[in-house]
Design a protein around this ligand. Structure first.
Ligand SMILES: [Zn+2]
Ligand SMILES: [Zn+2]
Length: 909
């Protein structure tokens, strides 16, 4: 047989086989009516992305399913692609320009976009090259990009359709505003987290109409608590809970806004929480979502006090031009001077942060475009409730349903340049002359959003206004949220809306896809929205299963991040241990839905496993005969107990692995293969096979088991399995293990009898080995062994396989009987109803050993007495720390058993 190198070299091997697979087109899928499709769409990584451990885990899981299903004869397609990542990419390119002293404004929109496209050409495929190193079997010929022509057409189509259905509208609402990125964000893009803030108590002077009507003790001011004092510049009212008796006297009164001296209405509404602060709420409709709603209900005109970079505008009087935090300090100083400041106290509260640059988000009144989510959410909620889409692990179903029930409209316009520009045009003429329906105060009546006059929504730029014929038309400068293209991903990648709906249509064939593998962070950003879009535009769910994997953390449980310096770079791990080692290790420690704790040492699991498999295969290949005949052997060459056993164990492993993969318990599948190959095949079968290596039954069994085991390991460790598989004889004209079939389950070869017989044989061999070790019998020394069994059948099995026992434990004379007696000076092991005796006379120096055991027993006895004394001492019990007492008690127990076992051994002598 062909010589295998003595050491496995993952780097060479992996690069070689990846080139082979890709070159041969093995990753490519086509519409094939003969086969059932199995399709996975990749969560498109950002073009700014660099492969991190989260990607490594996510993509390994997808690759395992694609390879597994391919071997089960599905037409498998893994659709790859990248996301243009609006804000993220724009930020990266802006930073790059800044290092050359340029800004996007100095370049202008058109030239800036040219720069971004240039950047994308240069770096946008970095992550794809990196995914290849991991072994990903994506159909790269089909790689899509969220801003390529087809996908852009899908975006326009969807925008126009939703607008026509009244599901897209423009409105003036409070949005999450990032003052650094200078754009609106969706609620999902402004994740809230707790910050250590302050609560500031401020006096607001009161003007009562009845002059002297105040009761005794009632002051001529009220105190209001706020976390953002700078927003008081935009206050328009004070709100009191009508049930709050403390402020009953404020009915009919008004207040004066400190510093700016504006008159403030006092309104009574249950939205004021009597428990928070002083129970009074200042109303700043332009800078707080709750205040905005209250303001709208009471027809209070909002006052916007900030510019888009969160500096104070002219509405802020003397504070104009200050940054929001600067203004906060200055206002507090001013209030102190005017004796209108009461106190401030530490206050933890939840604040939104930009998911791209982590700047604190400013709630800001702004005219933006929104998608009405209610009507879209309804069928998406039903699909999951009815079980058409299943989440793994199941608990995410509840999270999804909860979110869907409380869904809010989706802000989709972004004030950046990189992305799909809104297909919205404004006719200057109509807007000036027409009555503009500003839906500013229509928040309660969303169902009746009136279209604004002068707005033209169209896939192509109109030449003139369809209403008035004016040619003075301008396109909206905003672009769409990045997720507005990715929510269409599962069908836009197949050519929707241009794809013809014929029988060979790729869309028809591959949609709905089978499983979506993703991280929990993007369930709302992406998973939920894809379900809504799929049901709205395809009238069908986009995928059947959603597998949500955990977050990759370091071994202390901290999330990996560049700033913490605890990142493990997958490419470094691949360089050091190999892609297979990375895949196997990360999969072994990833239980369904649980977080993954990683340290570089953990990758040794996979590396060691690869080496073990390599060495075992090398042994097999070196010993397989050239003229190995496959098929049944001659009568004298029937399979032995060991052959039957290893085949039986293989089919049990196959059953387990298949079942685990089908139910998304991938770590169980990895563990099952590992146990089989390492502890059954290598530890036992190979050892036994060495004794009869030249015989036909051994040759055939080694070949069959190794070849099939490589197949079931292939989805997890694709490279090494291919390399070894290619070296094996007798696999027909199949070009790759990835094209071979998943082994068929053969129940007839699951042999319970062989399992149990081999089980006892293994235990006996282990016991004899243990006795040799316990009595320190020199390695090469032959021994005599007496085995006393109760049942005749056991005795027959052992006699039939006596050769294995003798060879594997270096036994010179082996006596197996139902009547064996314990010889004098013999070591003893008991296993159930079987007893094993090893005479020690002449094997070890009995007197010397006796003395050693006695000395050891005596010293243990001394320690035991000391410990017992201590444990009787009340002082010790009451004063020593709990775990010390516990440990002492444990030690006592240990000593007792040790002494008993030493006594037994002494008796044997
Ligand atoms: Zn930002
Ligand atoms: Zn017009």
């Amino acid at each position: 047989m062909q010589e295998m190198p003595s050491r496995y070299n993952p780097k060479e091997t992996e690069e070689k086989w990846y080139r082979y697979w890709e070159g041969k087109g093995f990753f490519h899928a086509e519409v094939n009516p003969e086969k059932t499709p199995y399709c996975v769409v990749i969560p498109p990584p950002n073009i700014t992305g660099i492969l991190h451990m989260g990607h490594a885990l996510n993509n390994t899981i997808q690759d395992i399913y694609i390879r597994f299903k391919k071997m089960r004869h599905f037409e498998t397609l893994w659709m790859p692609g990248t996301d243009h990542a609006g804000i993220a990419t724009q930020n990266v390119v802006e930073k790059r320009l800044a290092s050359e002293g340029k800004t996007k404004e100095s370049l202008g929109r058109e030239n800036f976009l040219k720069e971004v496209w240039k950047w994308r050409e240069q770096y946008g495929s970095t992550i794809i090259t990196q995914l290849k190193k991991l072994g990903c079997s994506c159909d790269w010929e089909r790689t899509r990009f969220t801003m390529d022509e087809g996908l852009s057409r899908a975006v326009l189509e969807v925008f126009v359709k939703l607008y026509e259905k009244n599901l897209i509208y423009r409105g003036n609402y409070i949005v999450n505003w990032c003052p650094r990125c200078k754009t609106a964000l969706s609620d999902e893009e402004a994740a809230h987290r707790d910050v250590d803030g302050m609560l500031y108590y401020i006096k607001y002077p009161i003007v009562t109409t009845d002059g002297g009507g105040r009761k005794k003790g009632e002051k001529n001011y009220v105190v209001i608590a706020t976390t953002r004092p700078e927003t008081m510049l935009g206050d328009v009212a004070i709100c009191v809970n009508p049930k709050d008796k403390r402020y009953e006297y404020l009915r009919g009164a008004s207040a004066i806004l400190p510093i700016l001296n504006r008159k403030l209405k006092i309104i009574f509404d249950r939205k004021a929480d009597p428990e928070f602060g002083t129970g009074l709420l200042k109303i700043t409709p332009a800078h707080d979502p709750v205040d905005f709603e209250i303001g709208a209900a009471y027809k209070l005109e909002p006052i916007n006090i900030m510019n888009e970079d969160a500096t104070i505008n002219e509405a802020g009087g003397d504070f104009k031009g200050m940054d929001r935090f600067e203004a906060r300090e200055a206002i507090v100083e001013e209030l102190k001077m005017r004796e209108l400041f009461v106190k401030s106290e530490p206050h933890k509260h939840s604040v939104g942060h930009c998911y791209r640059c982590h700047t604190m988000v400013e709630p800001r009144l702004s005219k933006q475009w929104f998608v009405r989510m209610g009507p879209l959410a309804k069928p998406a909620l039903e699909a999951v409730k009815k079980g058409k889409i299943k989440f793994y692990p199941k608990r995410w179903t509840k999270v999804y349903i909860n979110w869907m029930k409380n869904i809010r409209d989706w802000c989709i316009s972004r004030q950046i340049w990189w992305g799909h520009r809104l297909p919205v045009y404004y006719c200057k003429n109509c807007m000036q002359n027409g009555k503009i329906q500003d839906p500013k105060f229509k928040i309660k009546s969303k169902r009746k959003i009136r279209k604004e006059k002068g707005i033209i929504v169209s896939k192509v730029k109109p030449d003139k206004c369809p209403e008035c014929g004016s040619t003075e038309i301008e396109q909206d400068p905003d672009v769409l949220d990045t997720w507005f293209s990715s929510w269409l991903w599962p069908f836009s990648i197949f050519g929707w809306p241009d794809e013809k709906k014929n029988i060979r249509s790729e869309l028809k064939y591959f949609y709905p896809t089978n499983v979506l593998v993703t991280a929990q962070e993007i369930i709302f950003f992406w998973v939920a929205r894809m379900i809504m879009a799929g049901l709205e535009f395809m009238k069908d769910i986009p995928f059947r299963d959603v597998y949500i994997h955990g977050t990759v953390r370091d071994d202390t449980g901290t999330k990996m991040s560049k700033s913490l310096g605890n990142v493990i770079d997958p490419l470094e791990i691949i360089g050091q241990f190999g892609g297979d080692a990375l895949r196997f290790s990360i999969i072994s420690i990833t239980a369904q839905g649980q977080d993954v704790f990683l340290s570089p040492q953990k990758f040794e699991i996979g590396r060691n496993f690869a080496n073990k498999l390599w060495n075992a295969s090398r042994f097999v290949l070196m010993n397989l005969k050239e003229d190995l005949i496959f098929g049944a052997g001659s009568a004298g060459d029937a399979p032995t107990l060991a052959d039957k056993w290893i085949l039986s164990r293989f089919y049990e492993a196959l059953r387990g692995v298949t079942k685990s993969l089908e139910s998304y318990r991938i770590n169980d599948a990895a563990a099952r293969i590992y146990d089989f190959l390492w502890h059954e095949f290598c530890d036992w079968y190979l050892e036994i096979a060495k004794l009869t290596i030249a015989e036909g039954h051994t040759q055939r069994t080694l070949h069959t088991v190794l070849e099939k085991a490589l197949r079931i390991l292939h989805p997890i460790m694709p490279f090494i399995t291919e390399d070894i598989w290619q070296r094996l004889p007798g696999k027909g004209d199949i070009d790759s293990v990835m094209l071979s079939s998943w082994p068929h389950m053969r129940e007839g070869l699951v042999d319970k009898k062989a399992d149990s017989e081999m089980g006892s044989l293994i235990s006996i061999i282990q016991s004899i080995r243990n006795l040799r070790a316990a009595w320190r019998i020199p390695h090469g020394r032959g021994i005599d062994v007496f085995i006393k069994v109760k049942k005749k059948s056991t005795s027959a099995t052992l006699i039939a396989n006596a050769m294995y026992i003798k060879k594997l434990t270096r036994v010179a004379n082996l006596i197996i009987s139902t009547t064996a007696e314990k010889p004098p000076h013999a070591a003893l092991a008991v296993m159930g109803d079987t007893e094993i005796f090893v005479p020690l006379e002449g094997v070890i120096e009995i007197e010397k050993e006796k003395k050693r055991l006695e000395e050891k027993r005596d010293s243990l006895n001394i320690e035991l007495r000391a410990i017992e004394g201590r444990l009787k001492n009340q002082n010790f019990i009451s004063r020593a720390p709990g775990d010390v007492v516990k440990k002492t008690q444990e030690r006592k127990g240990f000593l007792k058993t040790e002494i008993i076992s030493l006594e037994k051994n002494l008796d044997a002598l």
